[in-house]
Write a protein that binds this ligand. Structure first.
Ligand code: ATP
Length: 370
């Protein structure tokens, strides 16, 4: 049995400098055929440059780009089996939707395009809009036309450069699900650039978090969220509490740490930092993983939980949950999110509390990075 790998994207040592400035440090990355892959990072981190090197719109300073078994490093964009959707949809305003989508087929000299264009418009759920002009469509519909136009020539890889950046939040969320559906249906490789962590986590099978021209961590969204390996990733993907603690002892598979007067347990397998006795580690815990007990109820907290004492500094009711800010001797301004079905009316600013959570949800980072 042969497997089709023509949509695999393999970057080997690919890098880009502009004069003395390095936009992308040489990086290795493999995106498997048929996956939805996101390049995620803040403005200026090099994600668009990386995408443009895959498209052939930017000449790399070093390294190679392979699509399947083919080295495309020196091929012009139009000779690569790749297409790109940009934030600015760049539709032809004087052509109707049908002709916008048909454009790529007609340019290749194809005469009978009707069936292919209609199928593509059905895929993006715009079959009814075929004879409208772009300005008669909403932003989300125009973006779907741009996707249909990019897919009509059956590229092996679709590159998406902040394609939802111009849409308002509600439409953006709808289009994320829509793009995911389209990708599942066509089954080709999608590489999506975004600075929006929620967008990357919603859509992608694999996310590469970029920072300063480097891939800082690569993994499935849940893996990145549960096991961030750097403070940048821990803070870029959601909110993290990072508590500086000192390694006390190691006991079996656990590291025991001291944080002010409290003792914390960190599974060694979840610690990405050197942890000699006396060394410093940042202990990470997500706000929604922490439970909050009034100090009077501390005796009822089950054995084996990590605990920190503290005082509520602020509480914001936000519908389904309440977000607390807690000052603890171990760490100022800890965030804790508690579902309101479990809300205790005594948990108001000024109340003494005990924060507690399972050691299994704890992760450890190198304190020297912070
Ligand atoms: P954004 O989300 O703002 O587009 P990005 O992560 O996609 O950011 P890039 O567009 O890849 O970032 O740019 C990476 C860095 O390279 C930036 O600091 C940018 O200023 C720089 N850069 C990009 N293109 C050029 C160029 N043609 N000449 C010089 N510097 C450039």
């Amino acid at each position: 049995m042969t497997t089709d790998n023509s949509g695999d994207v393999r970057l080997s040592g690919i890098g880009k400098t502009y004069g003395a400035f390095t936009a992308v440090h040489p990086l290795d990355l493999t995106v498997p055929q048929g996956s939805f892959f996101a390049l995620l990072g803040a403005s200026g981190c090099g994600k668009t440059t990386t995408l443009r090197m895959i498209a052939g719109l930017e000449e790399p300073t070093s390294g190679t780009v392979h699509l399947g078994d083919q080295d495309v490093t020196h091929l012009p964009p139009y000779k690569r089996p790749v297409n790109t959707v940009f934030q600015s949809y760049a539709l032809f305003p004087h052509l109707d939707i049908f002709e916008n989508v048909a454009f790529g087929l007609r340019r290749r000299g194809l005469k009978s395009v009707k069936k292919q264009v209609e199928d593509m418009l059905d895929l993006v759920q715009l079959g009814e809009q075929a004879r409208k002009k772009p300005h008669q469509l909403s932003g989300g519909q125009q973006q779907r036309v741009a996707v249909a136009r990019a897919l009509i020539n059956h590229p092996k890889v679709l590159l998406l450069d902040e394609p939802l950046g111009a849409l308002d939040l509600k439409l953006r969320r709808q289009m994320q699900l829509e793009l995911k559906r389209i990708q599942t249906e066509v089954g080709i490789t999608f590489i999506h650039v975004t600075h929006d962590q929620e967008e990357a986590m919603t859509m992608a099978d694999t996310v590469a978090v970029m920072n300063g021209g480097r891939v800082e961590q690569l993994g499935a969204p849940t893996d990145l969220y549960e096991n961030p390996r750097t403070t940048f990733v821990a803070n870029f993907l959601g909110t993290s509490n990072l508590i500086e603690a000192e390694v006390d002892t190691k006991s079996g598979d656990d590291i025991v740490l001291k944080a002010a007067g409290d003792k914390l347990v960190l599974p060694a397998a979840r610690c990405g930092a050197p942890a000699p006795a006396g060394g410093k580690v940042l202990v990470g815990i997500r706000p929604e993983k922490i439970a909050l007990a009034h100090a009077d109820d501390a005796g009822g907290i089950p054995e084996g939980r990590n605990r920190l004492t503290g005082k509520i500094a602020d509480a914001s009711f936000i519908g389904v949950s309440t977000q607390y800010v807690i000052d603890s001797p171990a760490c100022a301004e800890l965030s804790v999110y508690v579902q309101n079905v479990e809300r205790d009316a005594r948990l108001v600013p000024g109340a003494d509390v005990v924060l507690h959570w399972s050691p299994a949800h704890t992760f450890g980072l190198d304190a020297a990075q912070a």
